[in-house]
Write a new protein. Sequence first.
Length: 384
Amino acid sequence: MQTMKLATKLIHAGQEPDPSTGAIMTPIFQTSTYVQASPGQHKGYEYARSQNPTRTALEACLAEIENAAFGLSFGSGVAATDAVLKLLSPGDEVIASEDMYGGTYRLFTKVFEKFGIKFHFVPLHTPGALLPFINEKTKLVWAETPTNPLMNITDIAALSEVCKAHKILLCVDNTFASPWLQSPIDHGADLVMHSGTKYIGGHSDVVHGCLMMNDHELREKLYFIQKSSGAIPGPMDCFLILRGLKTLHVRMQAHCSNGKTVAHFLHNHPKVARVYWPGFEDHPNHAVAKKQMRDFGGMMSIELKKPGMEAAHNMLRSTRLFALAESLGGVESLINHPATMTHASIPHEERLRIGISDGLIRLSVGIEDVEDLLADLEAGLNNV
Ligand SMILES: *Cc1c(COP(=O)(O)O)cnc(C)c1O
């Protein structure tokens, strides 16, 4: 089983037929507690906040698909992020990507700043940009790559060298790439975080988050936080994620293929000024994307030639297949307005400074027939 390729691991890792029935799918162990033969004599399961067999299977699978030794599963992506931040103490400092998921920014600035943790938001995709911010209090670098929504790419291997030299923990939010497109641990990251809500689940029907790591001591610390803070996923959610994972590779190949076609269509469209997608050779970090990603994915953002909120809203109101909604990574295409939706929690000035304009539109290209998607975008652009 050591030599399984990723597509095989996605379907089989961590899962055995259920010993009591032979059920090929891991059952949903909908239980809160486990009967003990005598006090302390049990099969590794005591209370379901600490352990659940559906979650055990999922955590083992998640570890393997990120080439990690350990996986931990949480009730949401931000719950997984929250657990990582709880490794820190007042006075510690964090360096994080400048444009990143708005909810991560909110958790850092509105929840953890209050507890005495200091955050520096830096364009991590610019080599060396973090160096002036490193001091003896720096304990964590939080890198999102590709970033949400500007699709900036950070060189994970180069960043990991800097972090290792300064004994700083490096966590990569791998949500946009998914385990199919990028393996941060292979490039030297200490921790990988995912919002399983997105590509991993893939069907817009479950909220989930996870962490993967190699270091046993780090796993023990994070497991202690997981069970002590209790932000665990339910067994049904674990089942849905296991089920989603089984088609991740097939879905991702379709997302990448449709993404490429849509990106080129928009790039050549007279009403579109700019397409942010790492597959273009003139993307500022294209070479890094090519080095560390297996393909370029189905996430992209665009600027219309007509600037401002109103033109963007005209497009957002007129697509049909591209549904106007937050979230991403599901089989269905979504369109989003970062300034008023996913990134509304970032102050206006700060948003403009990092390049998230009022007119920016983000697309999550689904796996519908690409001809239908192009026709839908054409209709949307006609209304601008
Ligand atoms: C959605 C998302 C998160 C947060 O995950 P939830 O499952 O919504 O809590 C974190 N990072 C990125 C890049 C995301 O897209």
